[in-house]
Design a protein around this ligand. Structure first.
Ligand code: GDP
Length: 214
């Protein structure tokens, strides 16, 4: 999955050790005034509802229930903060593209996500999650435009790669990389992951450790 070998074995091992340490839920914020201090580096996860965001965060920290699925009530309309080893934070942004939520409701938590992206000096990278089977959709364009406008460096992470054959995954990676080539704030490398089978998770951990400089 990482044929361009972005990280050597040492970096992958260091990242594995980092994420084997304690990860805890810190807090959920419902408004900008409720955000925590900016002392630790953060990476944020965004994506359509049901893209596999909770599963991916759980896979990264090696836990089954830290982040909750968006079809569960409660935390999912908030910006949720998880602290890893008291050294960095994973930030779970509200999912977009909800079919069942009202328009006003959708706006409310999308605005919060957008405000977070604009006003967060310690945000090192946003990960935009895309279902491997679907690739980029119009609704994802809006998210990318928001990142580009906010000048937030973002990387596309394909989820559920186990649902495709390896050659198909490679094709989606190549196609997606082509589609984002002209996006100003997009990181050029697209990473395919499977929370279920573990593919790409060591590389994602290494990306996080690298951008957070821990
Ligand atoms: P969220 O709404 O973005 O937080 O998505 P969830 O993490 O709740 O996942 C949505 C659905 O996709 C659930 O039924 C998961 O079991 C499934 N899913 C998530 N990640 C994977 C994966 O890597 N592989 C497969 N096959 N299914 C996945």
């Amino acid at each position: 999955m990482s044929e361009d070998a972005a990280f050597d074995a040492e970096a992958l091992e260091a990242a594995r050790k980092l994420f084997a340490r304690e990860a805890r839920f810190m807090m959920g914020a419902v408004s900008m005034s409720g955000l925590p201090d900016t002392e630790l580096p953060e990476v944020a996860f965004a994506g359509r509802s049901n893209v596999g965001k909770s599963s991916l965060i759980n896979a990264v920290v090696g836990r089954t229930h830290l982040a909750r699925a968006s079809n569960e009530p409660g935390r999912t309309r908030e910006v949720n903060f998880f602290v890893v080893d008291e050294r960095l934070r994973l930030v779970d942004l509200p999912g977009y593209g909800f079919a069942r939520a009202s328009k006003g409701e959708v706006k409310k938590f999308q605005n919060l996500g957008r405000d977070y992206l604009r006003g967060r000096p310690n945000l090192k990278r946003a990960f935009l999650l895309i279902d491997s089977r679907h690739g980029l959709k119009a609704v994802d364009d809006e998210a990318m435009a928001a990142f580009d406008v906010a000048a937030v460096s973002y990387q596309i992470i394909l989820t559920k790669a186990d649902k495709l054959k390896p050659a198909e995954v490679e094709a989606v990676v190549a196609r997606t990389e082509k589609q984002i080539a002209k996006r100003p704030a997009a990181f050029p490398r697209v990473l395919a992951t499977s929370s279920e089978k573990g593919g790409g998770i060591p590389e994602l951990r290494a990306e996080i450790a690298s951008v957070c400089e821990v």
